[in-house]
Design a protein. Structure first.
Lengths: 139, 252, 74
């Protein structure tokens, strides 16, 4: 809380003195908005991590995993029914569904980025992966 | 008298109140429909009455309404950004519907509509079809880029895409199963412990004394169920926001 | 025996294989938890291996589920 004014003031004095107040005010407002946003996001994340009880987390992870398997089996069964390729599509899609279920679990645990997020910043994931590998081999 | 007829599943039976048949379809007005209508009416009345005062210093009702508004608005803004606010009516309606339905279900002898998977599945399908339709309308074919991850060897792309598609399709299932399973399990547990009280207290003085334990458990579980009712509505809302985020920003 | 009944019995027996996967998962997560409590600092680094073990073990359970599903629906 104390840091914000001291943070904003040097930035304000860094600007040319004849710059009109309007632009400086705008800039300061933007920075305030940003820091508020970051603060709220951090608070929200901390709240979420602390609040979710063990049971809630367990049902979350289990339902994510089971849903992947069920959807895979359902798709395979539907393809089998439509194309008459029993039981091959069921086998293939059940295993794919299993993989999707593991992926869902990893996403729910936040260990793999969301599909959209990974598209948005592929470099972020690339830098994160070696980091975790390094951690793993250290001890 | 009812000691031998404690059936924890009985509370989920659907009964026809007004039988209606349209052609070959049975569209009867059931107790489930009644409580869905009641949920909508209660939520609407609550919000309209609470916000009708519009005083600068809110009274308790208005404060609760404003808190639920800002709570959902913050959740949506955090997950989907400013562009997500166009979906606020949908998300807020979903949140209020699920929350009021869960809380109404906590009243004894009331029917819990969210303990039926078809209801929660329809809610989840509403969310997912909104995501898919808005995504395709806004981004066209580019929306399907969500399923093709970058930085994967070309030989693995079909496999990974398939897995991503299944993972996407499993969202409505996991969304609905989670809400449904939590409500179902909670209400069955509550009923089982309440049934212990009835059975034990029918067995004389010693049973009466022994029934204090399951009674205490039932009271504690009721408190827990109120927490779960709120938590599941919140989880449903958060996941809705996250999925909407995919539709608004499917990668650039 | 009625072939239909034999099919259902077979499917039921096949799902018993999931019990093995359940035991395996219990071992994996139990040992992970024991290790994580001894050395919490190393716990996060081993999460990837935990999920790998979970996936491999659960895959074997999925095979028995697959056999049951094939018996039932294929």
């Amino acid at each position: 809380m104390v840091e914000r004014p001291t943070d904003a003031n040097p930035a304000g004095s860094r600007l040319p003195p004849k710059d009109d107040n309007e632009a400086r005010l705008q800039q300061r407002l933007e920075r305030l908005g940003e820091s508020l946003e970051a603060h709220r996001a951090a608070e929200e994340a901390a709240n979420r991590r602390g609040k979710s009880s063990g049971f809630a987390q367990a049902t979350k992870v289990a339902s994510e995993f089971v849903a992947g398997v069920i959807v895979g089996a359902g798709i395979g069964w539907g393809i089998d029914k439509a194309a008459g390729t029993t039981p091959w599509a069921l086998i293939v899609f059940l295993l794919l569904g299993f993989a999707a279920g593991v992926l869902n679990v990893l996403r729910a645990e936040g260990k793999v980025a969301e599909a959209g997020a990974r598209l948005r910043e592929p470099s972020g994931q690339e830098t994160q992966r070696p980091n975790r590998d390094g951690d793993r081999s250290a001890p | 008298m009812a000691a031998d007829k404690v059936d924890p599943i009985h509370q989920f039976h659907i009964t026809k109140l007004v039988p209606i048949n349209l052609g070959h379809y049975d569209v009867s007005f059931t107790n489930s429909s009644l409580f869905m209508a009641a949920t909508v009416i209660v939520a609407t009345l609550f919000l309209v009455m609470a916000s009708s005062g519009r005083s600068m210093v809110p009274n308790r009702w208005q404060l609760v309404a404003e808190m639920s508004y800002s709570f959902v608005a913050n959740t949506l803004r955090d997950a989907a950004g400013k562009a997500g606010m166009q979906f606020f009516p949908l998300v807020f309606s979903l949140f209020m519907f699920v929350l009021v339905a869960n809380l109404l279900g906590m009243i004894p002898y009331f029917f819990t509509i969210t303990s039926h998977i078809i209801v929660t599945f329809c809610l989840a399908m509403l969310v997912i079809s909104t995501v898919v339709i808005y995504g395709i309308w806004k981004h066209g074919f580019h929306f399907f880029g969500l399923f093709v991850p970058s930085g994967v060897p070309a030989a693995l792309v079909p496999l990974v895409t398939m897995i991503e598609v299944i993972s996407f399709l499993s969202r409505p299932i996991s969304l609905s199963v989670r809400l449904f399973a939590n409500m179902l399990a909670g209400h069955i547990t509550l009923k089982v412990f309440a049934g212990f009280v009835v059975t034990l207290s029918a067995a004389g003085v010693a049973g009466m004394a022994g029934s204090v334990l399951p009674l205490a458990m039932a009271v504690a579980l009721t408190a827990l169920e109120f927490l779960v009712a709120f938590l599941q509505a919140y989880v449903f809302t958060v996941l809705t926001c996250m999925y909407l985020n995919d539709a608004i920003h499917p990668g650039h | 025996m009625d072939p239909q009944a034999a099919k259902y019995l077979g499917a039921g027996i096949a799902t018993l294989g999931m019990a093995g996967a359940g035991i395996g998962l219990g071992t994996i997560f139990g040992n992970y938890l024991a290790g994580a409590l001894r050395n919490p600092a190393a716990a996060d680094g081993q999460f990837g291996r935990l999920i790998f073990g979970f996936a491999v073990t659960e895959a074997l359970g999925i095979f028995s589920l697959l056999v049951a599903l094939i018996l039932l629906f294929a």
